[in-house]
Design a protein around this ligand. Structure first.
Ligand SMILES: [Zn+2]
Length: 317
């Protein structure tokens, strides 16, 4: 069916943990101007380091959809589940996708039935899509053995809200099926964070949504942070005041970004951006009165296969 097998995802080493990017789809060029309207081409072109990787030559932002997958404390973990295949969506970039995401996930060593934990940074359409897949006309959990975690603040916010038809459809096909299967857990995430496994922590990062969480990974002296949507694009390192048009509380989203960026710049954790285009990861360094991203490219090729063989629990692909 496919002309060529999907490429092996790039990966990053964080202490003893390998973090793999699982690609879903690049988002179309109109995404940036819609999502981050204040990041105009003029603003983007002021920062040379944003081009060519993070913006095109004209200063239009590039954004992607992908997940991160890793084995932490013996648990096979997927952070965020993208847009999903075959979903009916108003946004043409999200409508009825036919990507090789599951093949890529499997090739990276994470066949769906092997996944123990799915962390949902928040319950927006492009973060819950692969929660489910369609089997015989019904939406069923993609990861049948997994606990799906989100924050209680996030779950309660959406549960207590009258949703429009489009939002209700997302919950119907991508959230309710895992909830009804008893796989969804809404956990209290206190201000100091919640440790869900040795080295894996959920951090409250509210603003984009009220219960948004980022994911901190720690292994030995190394650490990394998966953004979810508290930072959509590296241009927000240069301009922490630039918010997205879909931030529910823009002022709080900005406070979250500023405090997170200050701690990343001080602590040196690897930043892994959920919508950052390749190279996707980097270190946050001070730059004038703001920051820039010093990119850290992932490794590609045979490394993932070696990691797969090295998994001790025998549940390799
Ligand atoms: Zn998003």
């Amino acid at each position: 069916m496919h002309a060529a097998p999907p490429a092996v995802s790039p990966s990053w080493t964080v202490g003893a943990v390998t973090v793999q990017r699982i690609d879903e789809v690049p988002l179309p060029p109109q995404t940036g101007p819609w999502l981050l309207p204040a990041a105009t081409p003029d603003v983007v072109r002021e920062r040379d380091w944003l081009r060519p990787a993070f913006a095109d030559p004209d200063g239009v932002l590039r954004l992607d959809s992908h997940s991160f997958a890793m084995v932490v404390d013996g648990l096979r973990v997927v952070v965020d589940t993208g847009i999903g295949n075959g979903k009916t969506r108003a946004n043409p970039a999200w409508h009825d996708l036919r990507t090789d995401y599951l093949e890529r996930l499997t090739l990276a060593g994470f066949p769906p039935e092997s996944v123990d934990l799915v962390v949902l940074t928040h319950l927006h359409t492009d973060h819950v899509g692969w929660n489910t897949r369609r089997v015989d006309g019904a939406w069923v959990p993609t990861f049948p053995r997994a606990r799906y975690l989100t924050s209680k603040a996030e779950y309660d916010f959406w549960a207590g809200r009258a949703m429009d038809d489009a939002r209700a459809a997302v919950f119907r096909d991508s959230v309710h099926p895992v909830d009804e299967a008893g796989l969804l857990e809404a956990v209290d995430v206190p201000a100091g964070g919640l440790t869900v496994a040795a080295g894996l922590e959920l951090l409250p990062t509210p603003g984009h949504t009220p219960g948004h969480i980022a994911v901190r990974l720690t292994s030995g002296a190394a650490s990394a942070l998966v953004t979810g949507d508290c930072i959509h694009h590296p241009v927000q390192l240069a301009h922490p005041d630039i918010g997205s048009c879909v931030d529910i509380d823009p002022a709080q989203a900005e406070r979250t970004r500023r405090s997170l960026l200050a701690s990343l710049a001080a602590g040196g954790a690897l930043l892994l951006g959920t919508h950052f285009p390749p190279p996707t990861a980097g270190r946050v360094v001070a730059d004038g009165d703001a920051y820039r991203l010093e990119p850290v490219s992932g490794r590609t090729g045979a490394v993932a296969a070696v990691d797969r063989c090295a998994d001790a629990d025998g549940r390799t692909a």
